[in-house]
Ligand binder design. Structure first.
Ligand code: GTP
Ligand code: MG
Length: 365
C-alpha cells in the first residue's frame, strides 16, 4: 500500500470511529498516525522536488504577507491599491493564476504582499494546484484572510484549509516539550490538570509517533490535536487578519452583524480605496513590527523619515547587531526617548527592550 492509500485508509477509519469516551484513545492514535504519515509524505515530496515546483517566490523586505481568499474577493484589486504591482483584475473567478508579489511601503517598512491564486476547498489535498499555494503561504509571516459580504463563510473555510496544511493562525505553539531518554518508557509530566486527555492516551500517541523512551512535559491543558502539533515538525504559526472587502455593498446593520459574528474584521473597499490606512496600520502591528529612530549625538532631533524597522521584544543589543558588527564591541551605553524610557533620555544598557517609535542614541568607545 502506498503512503497516500495509507493516509486515506486511516482517514476513513477515523471517520467511521464514533466520538465517545470509549473510542478516545483509538481516535487519538489514528489522528497521530495520519499526521505522521502526512509528514512522511511531505518529506518524500520535498526530496523529489515535487512540492517545491511552481510558485517559488523570493522573500524580500521586512516581512511577507499572503492575501488569501476565495476567487474574486478582490485580492488583486487590493494588491494593486497597496503596492506598485499590477495584478490582473477580472470579473470572473481565477483571474490570477500565479503568485504576484508587490511591496507595500508603510511607516518606513517594506512589506512584501503576495496575491495568491484563489484557495479553493480541498487545497490541502492538492485539488487545483493548492499545494504550491499553501507552500507559499507557509513561508509568509502573516496572512490576510479576505472575504466579501456574499461569501463570509470564506473566513472559516480558508482558515480550515490552512489548518489542514499545518498552518496555525492566531495561535501560540503548544507549551509542550519532548525529550528522548535512554530507558524507562514514556514518562508524562504535567504540572497542571489535564482535563481533555488522559495519560494512557498520551502514552499511546507518543508510541504511535515512534517514541520508545521519552519524557513529555505538558504545561497547558491541551487536547490531542495540540499534542500532535507539538510532535509534528511541519507546523507553522502566524497571525491572521480578517478583512471584509466590498464594504461599499453593505449597509450599516449588516456591518454590525458581521462585526459580531466574525470578531471585528476590518472593512475595506479595495476598489474605492476606503479604509486602507487602517488596514495598513493593522498589518504593520499584527506583524509585530516597530520603528526605531536613530539620533546622532551631534543632532538635537532624530531623523523621523527613515526609521529602522525592528520587531516587538527586540533589545538595544539586537539593534546594535543590525547596525554594524563593531557596534556591539564598542558599545558603551545608549539613551532612549519614547514609550520604553522611564524619563526622556534615560541611560540604558544592551538588555533594554525597545518599543515602537523610540528614539535611541548610542554611545561607543
Ligand atoms: N464593489 C466592489 N467590487 C470590487 C471591490 N474590489 C474588487 N471588486 C471587484 O471584484 C472583482 C474581482 O476582483 P479581483 O481583484 O480580480 O479578485 P481576486 O480575488 O484577485 O480574484 P481571483 O484572481 O480570481 O482569485 C472585480 O470585478 C473587481 O472590480 C470592492 O471593493 N467593491
Ligand atoms: Mg486575482
Amino acid at each position: 500500500m502506498g503512503i497516500e492509500d495509507e493516509i486515506e485508509a486511516a482517514r476513513e477509519k477515523l471517520q467511521e470511529t464514533p466520538v465517545n469516551k470509549a473510542t478516545e484513545t483509538e481516535r487519538a492514535r489514528l489522528k497521530a498516525k495520519i499526521a505522521q504519515l502526512e509528514e512522511e509524505q511531505e518529506k518524500r515530496q520535498a526530496e523529489t522536488g515535487s512540492s517545491t515546483q511552481g510558485y517559488a517566490v523570493e522573500k524580500t523586505g521586512d516581512a511577507t504577507v499572503a492575501l488569501v481568499g476565495y476567487p474574486s474577493v478582490g485580492k488583486s484589486t487590493l494588491l494593486n491599491q497597496l503596492t506598485n504591482a499590477e495584478s490582473e483584475v477580472g470579473e470572473y473567478e481565477f483571474t490570477t493564476l500565479d503568485v504576484v508579489p508587490g511591496i507595500l511601503q508603510h511607516r518606513g517598512a517594506h512589506i512584501q504582499l503576495l496575491d495568491v491564486p484563489g484557495l479553493i476547498g480541498g487545497a490541502a489535498d492538492d485539488k487545483g494546484g493548492g499545494q504550491q499555494v499553501l507552500s507559499v503561504i507557509r513561508n509568509a509571516d502573516m496572512v490576510v484572510l479576505m472575504a466579501d459580504p456574499d461569501r463570509l463563510d470564506g473566513f472559516d473555510r480558508m482558515d480550515e484549509e490552512l489548518y489542514d496544511a499545518g498552518i496555525r493562525t492566531n495561535m501560540e505553539p503548544p507549551n509542550i516539550k519532548v525529550t528522548k531518554k535512554d530507558k524507562g518508557g514514556i514518562d508524562v509530566k504535567a504540572p497542571i490538570d489535564l482535563t481533555q486527555i488522559d495519560r494512557d492516551t498520551l502514552e499511546d500517541v507518543m508510541e504511535q509517533w515512534g517514541y520508545v523512551n521519552a519524557t513529555i512535559v505538558i504545561r497547558e491543558d491541551v487536547g490531542i490535536d495540540r499534542v500532535i502539533d507539538a510532535l509534528a515538525t511541519n507546523r507553522v504559526y502566524m497571525p491572521a487578519l480578517k478583512v471584509v472587502n466590498k464594504a461599499d455593498q453593505i449597509d450599516k446593520d449588516t456591518k454590525i452583524e458581521i462585526e459580531d459574528e466574525y470578531d471585528d474584521p476590518i472593512f475595506i473597499s479595495a476598489e474605492h480605496g476606503t479604509n486602507l490606512e487602517t488596514l495598513k496600520d493593522a498589518i504593520f502591528e499584527h506583524l509585530g513590527l516597530i520603528r526605531v529612530y536613530l539620533k546622532q549625538k551631534s543632532n538635537t532631533e532624530a531623523d523621523k523619515e527613515e526609521p529602522m524597522i525592528m520587531e516587538e521584544g527586540d533589545s538595544v543589543e539586537t539593534l546594535c547587531e543590525q547596525l554594524h558588527d563593531t557596534f556591539l564591541d564598542r558599545f558603551k551605553h545608549a539613551r532612549v526617548w519614547g514609550e520604553s524610557a522611564k524619563h526622556p533620555g534615560q541611560r540604558v544598557g544592551l538588555d533594554h527592550t525597545i518599543q515602537d517609535e523610540d528614539t535611541i542614541e548610542i554611545t561607543k568607545q
